[in-house]
Design a protein around this ligand. Structure first.
Ligand code: NAD
Length: 476
């Protein structure tokens, strides 16, 4: 344990914010307005379970309303507290600004261990929590739109959407009150994978810039890079799976609650995931070494470290021993402000959370737009696009017959070219575009300003500037 006191999660976010605004020329009043959390609502409610009333504590924090609705996930975990939701709400403000999702920042949480309750009990608890928030407009299509986070997923979002609809029976836009819903309840293709997919797109974009890669001491592409992932949940599983299946990266380590798995030859991500789902942990998985103290694997030599579980895991206690030259923060706040200082001095390149895990809110934005427009993306254009492509193929084939040297279009080309884009392709394309543009906006600041040493500060500069511009335009 270090003798220096570690700041809380919210203090960490504020310290990082302060480091960035020190390089900006904002009027002091505006700086303070952007930093502070506007409001946090705490609710305690009772649910009758197993013959007695159990009381639960939940929060919904609204950090900034420079754009509305405000947006941010709902987390179910025992560690949930006011400091944490406020930190996460602030990160949502900066994240939405960075990726140009037109929302303010919010976050919610319920102090509960969801594994202690069966499905019916969880439904009762979730619906009651949703009721408490919805009746105060803390769930509302135009005011405050939650999404999944740690411990919640499609199932909980469907209950929340239904609860809101029951309370607002004539609201035609009721489905837009929450995102991350299942497809059959107003969700969008590609939302479940979105945050992990965004981590993949972020790394792909990073590796498109050899000068940036050079700062890590690495070379080449993602192919063959050794990766350690912490947390094989929604975000960690999808990121690890896509990086190994599609980019040729080797997932050499996976850290979970009950220890870590290590295999220098690479782990089969799907096989580990199936094991985890079946056994509730990674212990006993056959094709790897199991380390009971999982967190030590954060310190193992690898090319890319992906903390994708929870905040504060890289801290003053272990930062000096972290060997990975590149860390991508798939979780929110996995590196404390103190650890960030140590890693920066060591030259570790950190792709910051507000950018790295923005895939979730980006696709949530698409889902919200889909709900408000009441039509699936691609429904109007797809067949028309296919018909126009068919015209080109027919013409080329006709010309080939008259050509001096006849040619043929390969069946693979025709299959790919003729297929019009459906919702999933459009969502992935929109996400890829968002992740590329946001990275380029950060790197421009990183490369052009001598006083900006790292991507996190660059990300804060870009997003704070956008939030400030919104406030100025509003006349504040
Ligand atoms: P999740 O509940 O699906 O998965 C979390 C995983 O981490 C689980 O497998 C859990 O067993 C594991 N875990 C928990 N404590 C651990 C520990 N001490 N050591 C190792 N593993 C541990 O959650 P998620 O939705 O994947 O969220 C993970 C992180 O990503 C959070 O920080 C969340 O705020 C962030 N995030 C999630 C989304 C999203 O769309 N779900 C979007 C943006 C950011």
């Amino acid at each position: 344990m270090s003798a220096i006191k570690e700041p809380s999660f919210r203090e960490s976010v504020d310290l990082m914010f302060n480091r960035a605004v020190a390089l900006m020329d904002l009027p002091p009043g505006l700086e303070e307005k952007i930093r502070v959390c506007n409001a946090t609502y705490t609710v305690r409610f009772g649910v009758r379970l197993r013959g007695q009333i159990q009381t639960f504590t939940g929060y919904r924090s609204v950090h900034s309303e420079h754009m509305e609705p405000v947006k941010g996930g709902i987390r179910f975990a025992m560690g949930v507290n006011q400091d944490e939701v406020e930190a996460l709400a602030a990160l949502m403000t900066y994240k939405c600004a960075l990726v140009e999702a037109p929302f303010g920042g919010s976050k919610g949480g319920l102090r509960i261990d969801p594994r202690e309750y069966d499905e019916h009990e969880l439904e009762l608890i979730t619906r009651r929590f949703a009721y408490e928030l919805a009746k105060r407009d803390l769930i509302h299509p135009s005011q405050n739109v939650p999404a999944p986070d740690m411990g919640t997923g499609e199932r909980e979002m469907a209950w929340i959407a239904d609860q809101y609809a029951r309370m607002n029976t004539t609201d035609i836009n009721a489905r837009a009150c929450v995102t991350g819903k299942p497809l059959n309840a107003g969700g969008i293709s590609g939302r479940v994978e979105a945050t992990g997919r965004g981590v993949q797109y972020a790394l792909q974009e990073f590796f498109r810039h050899p000068e940036d890669v050079a700062k890590t001491g690495l070379t080449g592409t993602l192919d063959g890079k050794r990766v350690i992932v912490q947390g094989l949940g929604n975000v960690g599983y999808h990121a690890a799976k896509f990086l190994s299946d599609e980019d040729g990266a080797s997932i050499v380590g996976i850290i979970e609650r009950d220890g870590a798995l290590f295999n220098p030859a690479g782990l089969d991500v799907d096989a580990v995931y199936q094991w985890l789902v079946k056994h509730g942990g990674v212990t006993g998985y056959p094709d790897a070494t199991h380390l009971p103290e999982g967190a030590v694997l954060l310190e193992e030599e690898c090319d890319i470290l992906i903390p994708a579980a929870l905040e504060g895991v890289i801290n003053l206690g272990n930062a000096k021993r972290i060997q990975a030259p590149l860390i991508i923060e798939a979780a929110n706040g996995p590196i404390t402000a103190g650890a960030d200082d140590i890693l920066r001095q060591k030259g570790t390149v950190i792709i910051p959370d507000m950018y790295a895990n923005a895939g979730g809110v980006t696709v949530s934005y698409f889902e919200w737009v889909k709900n408000l427009s009441h039509i699936r993306f691609g429904r109007m254009q797809r067949r028309q696009e296919e018909a126009r492509h068919q015209l080109v193929v027919d013409e080329l084939e006709k010309l080939s017959k008259a050509a001096a040297i006849p040619y043929t279009l390969s069946p693979e080309f025709k299959l790919k070219y003729l297929r019009g884009a459906g919702e999933l392709e459009l969502v992935r394309s929109g996400l890829d575009d968002t992740m590329r543009i946001a990275y380029q906006s950060m790197r421009e600041v990183w490369h052009t300003r001598a006083d900006v040493e790292d991507l996190r500060t660059a990300a804060y500069l870009v997003s704070i500037n956008k939030v400030a511009a919104s406030y100025r335009a509003k006349g504040l």
